[in-house]
Write a protein that binds this ligand. Structure first.
Ligand SMILES: Nc1ncnc2c1ncn2[C@@H]1O[C@H](COP(=O)(O)OP(=O)(O)OP(=O)(O)O)[C@@H](O)[C@H]1O
Length: 440
C-alpha cells in the first residue's frame, strides 16, 4: 500500500515539476518538485526509518488483543491465545513536513517514555536515512519534537556583513538554519570565543569591531599578543592594554568605574544604567580580550599575586558588569581548568559561548560541555578547511552551527579609522559620575 502511495506521489510531483519548469522560474523548482518529493518519501518511509533508528515501541493492537481477550473472557467462544498476544511496532506520529529555506521541518509526537534526547541521539542516523546534510532536533513543548533538516551545508558560502542598526547588537554571521547569527550584548552580556589558531576567532572580533564602531559605545581592548591584534584598531578604542601590568591597571579602572556607576544607580533608585535618565546614563563599554590564557599563565611564582588580582578583577567585571553597562568578549585558543579556578569561574559567568575548531577536547568541553554533549561532538567535527565555522550557544538557550561573515583586518581598520571620532577618551569614560540626578 505504502509503495503504491509512493509511486502515486512521485508521479504527481514529477508532473507538477515539469509543469513548474515550463511555466515558472527555476527557483520555484525546489518548492514544486524537490520539496513534495522529499516530503512524500519521508512520510511514506517513516515507519521503516523510525524502526531502523530505534524510535518505535511495541504496542498491542486493540482489535488483535483486547477484543479477542474480552471475547475469550466470556467463555462463549474459544479464542486462540496467539491472537491475544499480537504486538506491532508503532512509529511516533509525524505531521506533514513543511518546506524551509534549506530543507524541511517536521513535528513529531513523541511516544510514551521518549524524550527529545532520544531523537537527538539518532539525528545522524536520520540524516543518513533521508540523505540530507544534517538533522537538528528541538522541542517546542513537552510531547513534541521538531526535526529540522538541511539538504546541503548552508555555511559553505556566507554573504557580506550587514550594517548594524541596533545598539550593542551585531549580526556577525549566518546560522546553519539560514537565520542570522547575532551577538546581542543586551541579551547575553558576556561571551567566550574559543578556537585553535587560524580557526576564525580574530575574524569574528573584526566583525564585532566593524559592527560596534559606528555605535555610541566605548571599546576597550586587552591584547595579550603584545598588541599585534588590536593596535591597528586603536583609533576607535578608548583604552588598550598590551602587557599584563597594563591589563591589571585597566581592570582596576573598570572595577572602580563599576563601583561609581553602582553608586549613581543606587542614588537614582535604578537597578541598572538603562533605568537612569538619558542625561546621566553612562556610555556602555564593550571589553574585547584577545588570548585570555595569557592573563592566567604564570612564568614564575613572583607573578602569582598579580595574576590572582587580575583574575579577581575580571571575574568581578563579569559578575557585576551587565547592570552597569560593561560587557565582555573573551577570545582564547585554549581555555582549560588547568589555567586555574579563575577561568572556570569566568566561564560560568559567560553565557554566550562560541567554539571554533579546537585542538584539544578540553577547550571544547570548557566552552560547550555544560550545555549539550551533542554540541561538543559537532565542535570536534569542524574541519580546518572552513575557518569561521563555530558552534554557537547563547541567545535562545539552544546551540547552532554558524559561520561568521568574512571581515578582513583592512575592513576593520577602515571602520576603526572612519569612526575614530566616536571613541570617547578613557579620561572621559572615567570622569567623575554625577552626584545628583536631574528631575525628570
Ligand atoms: N568566516 C570566514 N570566512 C572565510 N574565511 C575566514 C573566515 N574566518 C576566518 N577566515 C580565514 O581564516 C584565516 C584565519 O582566521 P583568523 O585570523 O580569524 O584566525 P584566528 O583563530 O584568529 O587565528 P590566530 O589565533 O592564529 O590569530 C583568515 O586569514 C581568513 O582568511
Amino acid at each position: 500500500m505504502s509503495d503504491l502511495l509512493t509511486l502515486l506521489g512521485v508521479s504527481a510531483a514529477i508532473a507538477a515539476g515539469l509543469w513548474a519548469w515550463h511555466h515558472w522560474h527555476y527557483r520555484s523548482f525546489w518548492l514544486v518538485l524537490g520539496y513534495p518529493l522529499a516530503a512524500f518519501s519521508v512520510w511514506a518511509t517513516w515507519r521503516k526509518v523510525a524502526l531502523g533508528c530505534g524510535l518505535t515501541k511495541k504496542r498491542q493492537r486493540f482489535w488483535f488483543t483486547t477484543v479477542p481477550g474480552l471475547v475469550a473472557s466470556t467463555g462463549v467462544v474459544r479464542v486462540k491465545r496467539k491472537f491475544q498476544r499480537i504486538a506491532v511496532d508503532t512509529r511516533p506520529f509525524m505531521w506533514l513536513p513543511m518546506p524551509t529555506r534549506h530543507g524541511w521541518r517536521v513535528t513529531i509526537h513523541t511516544l510514551e517514555g521518549q524524550i527529545p534526547a532520544d531523537y537527538a541521539e539518532v539525528a545522524e542516523r536520520l540524516a543518513h536515512s533521508w540523505g540530507v546534510h544534517a538533522v537538528r532536533v528541538s522541542s517546542p513543548r513537552p510531547g513534541r519534537v521538531v526535526l529540522a533538516t538541511t539538504m546541503r551545508d548552508p555555511l559553505v558560502k556566507v554573504a557580506d556583513l550587514p550594517a548594524s542598526t541596533e545598539l550593542l547588537k551585531v549580526t556577525v554571521g549566518k546560522l546553519e538554519t539560514g537565520g542570522p547569527w547575532t551577538i546581542d550584548f543586551t541579551t547575553v552580556p558576556h561571551w567566550i570565543n574559543a578556537g585553535a589558531t587560524q580557526s576564525g576567532k580574530s575574524n569574528l572580533a573584526n566583525a564585532l569591531i566593524v559592527g560596534l564602531a559606528p555605535q555610541p559605545v566605548a571599546l576597550v581592548g586587552f591584547d595579550l599578543k603584545g598588541g599585534v591584534e588590536f593596535t591597528p584598531y586603536a583609533p576607535r578604542l578608548s583604552a588598550l592594554a598590551t602587557t599584563r601590568t597594563e591589563c591589571a591597571t585597566l581592570l582596576d579602572d573598570l572595577v572602580t568605574l563599576m563601583a561609581d556607576r553602582m553608586g549613581v544607580c543606587r542614588m537614582a533608585g535604578a537597578r541598572n544604567i538603562w533605568q537612569l535618565p538619558p542625561a546621566v546614563r553612562p556610555v556602555p563599554i564593550v571589553v574585547l580580550v584577545d588570548e585570555l590564557a595569557e592573563l592566567y599563565l604564570m612564568a614564575d611564582k613572583s607573578e602569582k599575586d598579580e595574576i590572582a588580582k587580575t583574575s579577581t578583577a575580571l571575574l568581578r567585571v563579569a559578575q557585576l558588569g551587565r547592570a552597569f553597562g560593561i560587557y565582555l568578549f573573551c577570545c582564547g585558543q585554549r581555555i582549560g581548568s588547568d589555567l586555574g579556578p579563575g577561568v572556570t569561574a569566568l566561564r560560568a559567568q559567560c553565557s554566550g559561548r562560541i567554539c571554533h575548531r579546537v585542538n584539544d577536547p578540553e577547550t571544547a568541553t570548557m566552552t560547550l560541555g555544560d550545555l549539550d554533549p551533542a554540541a561538543l561532538v559537532s565542535a570536534r567535527a569542524i574541519p580546518a578547511e572552513t575557518p569561521g565555522v563555530a558552534i554557537v550557544a547563547g541567545q535562545d538557550g539552544q546551540w547552532y552551527r554558524a559561520r561568521s561573515f568574512y571581515v578582513t583586518e583592512q575592513a576593520a581598520e577602515h571602520a576603526a579609522r572612519t569612526h575614530a571620532h566616536l571613541a570617547p577618551s578613557w579620561d572621559e569614560v572615567m570622569a567623575a559620575q554625577p552626584h545628583e540626578i536631574p528631575a525628570a
